[in-house]
Write a protein that binds this ligand. Structure first.
Ligand SMILES: Nc1nc2c(c(=O)[nH]1)N[C@H]1C(S)=C(S)[C@@H](COP(=O)(O)OP(=O)(O)OC[C@H]3O[C@@H](n4cnc5c(=O)[nH]c(N)nc54)[C@H](O)[C@@H]3O)O[C@H]1N2
Ligand SMILES: Nc1nc2c(c(=O)[nH]1)N[C@H]1C(S)=C(S)[C@@H](COP(=O)(O)OP(=O)(O)OC[C@H]3O[C@@H](n4cnc5c(=O)[nH]c(N)nc54)[C@H](O)[C@@H]3O)O[C@H]1N2
Ligand code: SF4
Ligand SMILES: [Mo]
Length: 742
């Protein structure tokens, strides 16, 4: 692999540069020649927005009032999303690294080089020396083509996607309990529930527009129980906040279930008629998980555990929601199953106002985990290990069954295989591993050890910097296709303008590579619609059945909820009204023992470090760190420390401190807040390299979902005894500049 281009050099040439003006600046006399109805590129709420286009340039936006989820609302990321399209940092032509510097190349030259390298590696080291790592900000058509390209184009078993870092614990838990991976209820059921029980989700910052439904529920007299180690903006609005120690959700849920059983608040008829394996789960929590025992583990007072059980248990309706706070753990699947046990035991699922869902994260997090870019998955939520499923897909793809590779491994394991030399060539599309994978120092080693690395993005990223070839892809407003929002609603993204310079859609790039690899006939598409039609057929009869969904229906009906097997089927907003998706139609309980995070605090590392998001930045930050308004609001990461902990170490607000774990360290300004537990610290994760919290995080995986433990590792803080280090505070939330300077 060639040398990494120097960081200063990269910043100079490719940004992030701050930008807050659309092409030419906003002018009142603009002549808008096109209004394109579409959805936000960011989170899984997928708010409706119109893009305003003048002379093939996206120059503005409007929230859509006709889309029932946002009804004219957008959050701070949504209102600035359009600024990406013509941002000066856009990659406009292919880049090949020569002598450690990226140089402009033609498409022909770049694609020939990539194909030649892949062929060379395959001949020398076999097909599985290549890997494809994809993403869920892509439209579903693209995610489908990525899964197919890995198996049929490259012929490798090694393909995975960034949802592995996101929703896979929920997916695995939902598959185990219900036999399907999708929100059980549409969001419009939220206002119908008497109680919302929300675990590890900071909705106010991460899905701001869903607050609409939560406040409607509150207006109806509803109550909120919030489970989070931090008193987040969401927890502050709640009625009961269970401020647990990170990693202890199983103990908390078992404790709540214990009380629910003891006080006869279960729904025995529902349990008898619609579920299996109740007795083992019941006996375990009754025997061991008393509120007092659980209080000791979780740090939540026993009275609050009892209160939560009574509020949720006595209500006639309720909606349980969770997100990465419970899922980003080495026992993430257990956490999810322990929440589901409570839902099933009280029969609060499968009816109006009786709801359960995980908050899917990325814009197309749901669609991206359905159609075959996961290591063990084939389109339609089928399994690559199932002979019937293999047969169906091989027929659609026109390959023989022995040509279809077996299951690969998760992305963190793929990066391990790179260090071991088994994987030698990597193609990454739509992800930024130098920010988002745990244990950054090891990730760097993986990238530096590759024989060949090609990256497709529309902005230079912290990861692309390590690539041999960078290919310019398109932004979301430059192509069409579908996404599936967090509630399982399939939506249509529309094209507003042509890509700048020579940038090309991701699927076109893959198609050109397939041609050079001699696999052209398997990728004959002339339009995105053809990919969608093939994907529809491939999904037919699968769990995520899109058979009856057409682009026209999506536009006419403001989205269609899968499963939707035929054109005259109305779609399925609410699952489980009659049956669950296991063959006998019943849901399953699981007896779950508490294990906790892999690393427990000790003398050397006495604190629990957790990580997550802020409202103004998105994921690896490669898109939002270029938008001036968002950077003004939140320019850099910081470490949240409780005043008691800060006092012990004599740390002042805004002072830069060193945070150290068993894997690495980083320097962050302290943000002293009363809203965090004294034994816990929090760092937002949207920055890379020396600013990455992932220099510290633990790459240990959940044994089933293979998600890394982003939400709990052991750490310590050290003071930096240097006069030169400035005290910062500008633009951070919660502390004013004058307070910082006191
Ligand atoms: N502004 C913004 N919005 C986003 C995103 C973004 O990057 N920025 N990303 C999108 C994506 S991809 C995702 S996955 C979602 C994520 O959405 P969320 O899951 O809501 O976001 P996080 O901040 O990762 O984590 C949520 C909360 O988990 C808490 N937590 C930490 N450890 C534990 C624990 O052990 N138990 C419990 N119960 N809680 C714990 C944290 O304190 C934090 O407040 O957001 C989506 N929306
Ligand atoms: N410590 C810690 N780490 C975390 C998390 C955490 O809470 N804590 N959260 C995890 C979660 S939930 C997630 S989802 C991951 C996300 O981690 P990543 O997926 O690595 O981050 P993204 O910012 O989504 O990366 C997307 C990249 O692709 C580009 N891109 C966007 N759209 C397209 C497109 O259509 N085509 C192409 N070719 N490129 C595109 C963007 O410019 C960006 O560089 O991070 C995970 N990492
Ligand atoms: S809530 Fe999500 S989809 Fe809606 S505007 Fe904000 S980032 Fe976009
Ligand atoms: Mo995510």
């Amino acid at each position: 692999m060639s040398k990494v281009e120097n960081l200063d050099n990269i910043l100079d040439r490719f940004g992030p540069h701050l930008h807050d003006e659309p092409y030419g600046g906003w002018q009142a006399d603009r002549v808008i020649d096109k209004v394109v109805s579409t959805h936000c590129p960011y989170c899984a709420v997928q708010c409706g927005m119109n893009l305003l286009v003048e002379k093939d340039h996206v120059v503005g936006f409007e929230p859509r009032y006709d889309f029932p989820v946002n009804e004219g609302r957008l959050c701070p990321k949504g209102v600035t999303a359009y600024l990406q399209a013509h941002h000066p940092d856009r990659l406009e032509y292919p880049l090949i690294k020569r002598n450690g510097m990226f140089e402009r190349a033609s498409w022909g030259e770049a694609l020939d080089l990539v194909a030649a390298k892949f062929i060379e590696l395959r001949e020398k080291h076999g097909r599985d020396s290549l890997a494809l790592y994809s993403g869920s900000s892509l439209t579903t058509e693209k995610t489908y083509v990525m899964g197919k390209f890995a198996r049929v184009g490259l012929g490798t078993r090694y393909v995975d996607y960034n949802g592995r870092l996101c929703m896979v614990s929920a997916a695995a838990g939902n598959n185990k309990a219900f036999g399907v991976d999708r929100a059980a209820n549409p969001w419009s059921d939220i206002p119908l529930a008497e109680v919302l029980l929300i675990g590890g989700a900071n909705v106010a910052e991460t899905f701001p527009i869903l607050n609409k439904y939560m406040w409607q529920q509150r207006d109806n007299g509803g109550v909120w129980i919030i489970i989070d180690p931090r008193e987040t903006a969401t927890a502050r609005q709640g009625d009961l906040h269970l401020q647990l120690r990170p990693g202890t959700d199983v103990a908390l849920m078992n404790g709540i279930l214990h009380v629910v059983i003891k006080e006869s608040l279960i729904d025995q008829q529902f349990i008898d008629e619609r579920t299996n394996d109740w007795t083992a789960a019941r006996d375990l929590v009754l025997e061991k998980y008393t509120p007092e025992y659980c209080a000791e583990i979780t740090g939540v007072p026993a009275e609050k555990i009892i209160q939560a059980a009574r509020i949720y248990g006595r209500a006639k309706t309720g909606y349980v929601l969770h997100a990465r706070g419970i899922e980003h753990h080495s026992n993430g699947v257990d956490n999810v199953l322990s929440y589901i046990n409570l839902v099933l035991a009280t029969g609060k699922i499968g009816a109006a106002g009786k709801g359960y869902a995980t908050f899917t994260g990325q814009g197309n997090g749901q669609g991206g985990r359905e159609h075959g870019q996961k290591a063990d998955q084939l389109p339609g939520q089928r399994s690559i290990m199932n002979p019937e499923h293999r047969k169906h897909i091989c027929k659609i793809w026109g390959i023989s069954e022995d040509e279809l590779p077996q299951a690969g491994v998760s992305v963190v394991e793929m990066f391990q295989k790179m260090r071991e030399g088994e994987i030698r060539g990597l193609m990454s599309v739509c992800n930024n591993v130098m920010v988002s994978l745990p244990d950054t120092n090891k990730v760097r080693e993986s990238l530096e050890g590759l024989d060949f690395y090609v990256c497709i993005d529309f902005f230079m990223s912290e990861s692309a910097r390590y690539a041999d070839v960078v290919l310019p892809g398109t932004a979301w407003s430059e192509d069409e296709g579908v996404t599936t929002s967090g509630e399982g609603r399939v939506l249509k993204i529309n094209k507003a303008s042509n890509p700048p310079g020579e940038a090309k859609p991701d699927w076109w790039i893959v198609q050109q590579l397939a041609k050079r690899l001699g696999r052209e006939k398997f990728f004959p598409y002339t339009s995105t619609r053809e990919m969608f039609e093939e994907l529809r057929e491939a999904s037919r009869g699968g769990t995520a059945d899109y058979g009856g969904i057409s682009w026209e229906r999506i536009e006419q009906e403001n989205g269609v909820f899968w499963p939707c097997p035929t054109e005259d089927h109305p779609g399925t907003p609410r699952l489980f009204e009659e049956k669950f998706y296991h063959p006998d139609g019943r849901a399953k309980f699981h007896a779950i023992e508490y294990k906790g995070a892999e690393e427990k605090p000790d003398k050397e590392f006495p604190l629990i470090l957790t990580s997550g998001r802020v409202v103004f930045q998105y994921l690896s930050g490669n898109q939002t760190r270029r938008i001036k308004f968002l950077v003004d609001q939140c320019p850099e990461p910081y470490v949240e420390i409780h005043p008691a902990t800060a006092r012990e170490m004599n740390i002042r607000d805004g002072e830069r401190v060193k945070v150290i774990s068993r894997r690495g360290d980083g320097v962050f300004p302290a943000l002293i807040v009363k809203t965090i537990r004294p034994d816990t610290i929090f760092i937002p994760y949207h920055w890379g390299e020396q600013l990455a919290v992932n220099q510290l995080t633990n790459p240990v995986l959940d044994p089933t979902s293979k998600i890394p433990e982003f939400k709990a590792c052991s750490a310590r803080i050290e003071k930096i005894h240097s006069r030169e280090l400035p005290i910062l505070g500008q633009g951070r939330q919660g502390v004013s500049q004058s307070e910082v300077q006191k």
